[in-house]
Every structure is written in structure tokens, then in C-alpha cells.
Design a protein around this ligand. Sequence first.
Ligand SMILES: CC(C)(COP(=O)(O)OP(=O)(O)OC[C@H]1O[C@@H](n2cnc3c(N)ncnc32)[C@H](O)[C@@H]1OP(=O)(O)O)[C@@H](O)C(=O)NCCC(=O)NCCS
Length: 326
Amino acid sequence: MKAVITTTARYVPERIMTNFDLEKMVKTSDEWIRTRTGIAERHVVEKGQTSSFMATKVAKILLHKSKTSPEDIDLIIIATVTPDMLFPATAALVQDNIGAHKAWGFDLSGACTGFLYALETGRLLVESGKYNKAIVIGVDTMSSILDYTDRNTCVLFGDGAGGVLLESSKKENGVMDSILSLDGSGGKYLHMPAGGSLLPASHDTVDKKLHYLKQEGKTVFKFAVKKMADVCLEILERNGLTCEKIKLFIPHQANKRIIDAAAQRCGFTEKQVLININKYGNTTAATIPIGLDEAVEDGVIQNGDLILLSAFGAGFSWGSMLLRWG
Ligand SMILES: CC(C)(COP(=O)(O)OP(=O)(O)OC[C@H]1O[C@@H](n2cnc3c(N)ncnc32)[C@H](O)[C@@H]1OP(=O)(O)O)[C@@H](O)C(=O)NCCC(=O)NCCS
């Protein structure tokens, strides 16, 4: 039994925050952000819109496009570091919103690698033969944990959601291979210090701005380029493939310079690499499924094509997945 992605979907909030908007909030410039990151604008939620709101939009599009009844969904996995609340899980909120009464589900915290972790989990559960249809979504409301007075971080991220419907199939397509990794010694370089059991919310944690994302950008940058390129080369080699055989490389969108450096180290041509960071910024767990849905919509991916996904993020976490489409 294989697990095949039969449908893709994405949702980004309507509101757009441009680099020029950010110029009015912190000491930065459109020129700096574009040249250092490749980002021109990002989407951000309105007050009251949440990760479950965006994930529900994606789940409903998946059901609509695939003409699937919510009652037929067995499993909902949501990758996010910005759930609506610590519990119940975003998956529970989405399950109720779409009326998937027979589904169970959970949230998975894998930061920017979250969608790959979730896709691996979902596909193994479907491949076990026990579950037929799983919704796997990557969603993040990064604007809820950004300090819009810190130019080092607030310009980099955006809000969004993307997801897939995984279905059991006797075809030989689907996830062909995966390599997923974690190195917790890198945790301190990209994290949100407070709000968990270590530092529960208090006046002190709020005063010290500990409920915002903190990162050492340069350390993350170096790690990202090396790990993303290494893991892609490893998965290609162990499948007896070279870059030319890959129709589309969909990397996590954190910084265009990271993508360019990793793609160059692997030997991908510009045409093989999906880049949409200019429109969305880094939407954390959502970048890869958003990119996948755009590629499907634009007709870039055809049945039988080999697709390479790759991500890195907080943890440090990283990984790569090889798919055969259709
Ligand atoms: C954050 C990042 C864009 C910074 O780019 P960089 O080329 O490393 O820039 P530096 O950190 O060397 O900063 C250079 C200068 O620009 C300044 N700067 C930082 N953000 C700025 C901004 N938005 N606008 C203007 N100047 C800015 C810095 O303060 C620094 O000034 P200084 O030299 O006076 O101290 C880059 O390190 C990066 O993308 N890192 C990875 C982040 C990431 O991917 N995170 C998510 C992982 S999933």
C-alpha cells in the first residue's frame, strides 16, 4: 500500500504587508530586505484570524477539490508552532469546523521542517493500511509571535497555510524516500522562550518580550545552507539519481540567498527550483505545501515527475523527501 498526494491546497490571508509598510515600523528599507532575503511582501492575518482559521480554509478546499465527504477523513495532522492555543490541538478545531466526525488527529511541532515531519507521519499511517484518507496541513500565524519593533526578525516572516490530501493507493507513486533529522543542541539559536512550562506567561515575561521569536540569523543561515544541500545530495545519491532527473526542487522558503546557495551546491538549474518567498516571506510550516500547490496549479508538475522537497528550521530540524507525482 502506498500513500499518494491526490489533492493540494493553500490559503494566505488577504492583507498584504509590503516592505514599504515595514519601513514605517522599524529602521529598514525595501532595498535591504529584497537584497538580503528576496522578500518583497508577506500576507498577515487580521485580528481574530488564527492558524485554525487558515487551516480550515485549506481543509475545505481539499475536500471540495477532491469531492471528498468530511465523514470519509480518517486523520488530520497539523504542523504548526503557532496553534490557536496550547490545547486543544488545532487539528481538533479543524476537525470540528469541517465536520470530519470520524477523524482523529493531532498537532505536530516541527517548526519549518514541520510539514515534512507531518507528511512522513501521515504517509506511514496511511501505508500501514489502517487509514485511507489523511489531511496533512502546514500552517503558521507568525505575525502572532513577531516583535514588530525588532528589524532582525519581523521582516522575515508571513502568515499562511498549505496542505495535501493523502490517500491510500496501489500505485507505485507517492513518497519514494525520506531523510528527516533533528539536532536539539541548536535549539537556542531559534526559539520562543516563554509561554511554555519553563516560563509560563507572567508580567515579567511580557515585559521582557519573551513571547516573541528570537534568532541568531547568521548561525541559522550557515546551518541551513549546509544541511539543506547535504540532505538533498544524500537522498539523490542513495536513490541513484542526479539533479537532472528531478523535475522540481521545492525548498523551504526562509531566505532566497539560502535557497540559491543550497540549489547551487546540489547542481539544480534556476528553472528547477521553486521560489515564491518574494510574495509570502517565510510562512514556516506552510512554505512547502504552498509551493507544491502553486506548482500543481501552474501545471509545472505532471504525473510521473520526481519532486524533491527540503526544509530546515528550529530544533535544529531538517530533512528531504523524494516524491513521484501522480
Ligand atoms: C537574518 C538575515 C536575513 C540577516 O542577514 P545578514 O546578511 O546575515 O545580515 P547581518 O546579520 O550580517 O546584519 C547586517 C546588518 O544589517 C542589520 N539589519 C538586520 N536586519 C535589518 C533590517 N531588516 N533592515 C536593515 N538592516 C538590518 C543588522 O543589524 C546588521 O547591522 P550591524 O552590522 O550594524 O550590526 C540572515 O542572517 C538570515 O536569513 N538568516 C537565516 C534566518 C532564517 O532563515 N530563519 C528561519 C529559519 S527557518
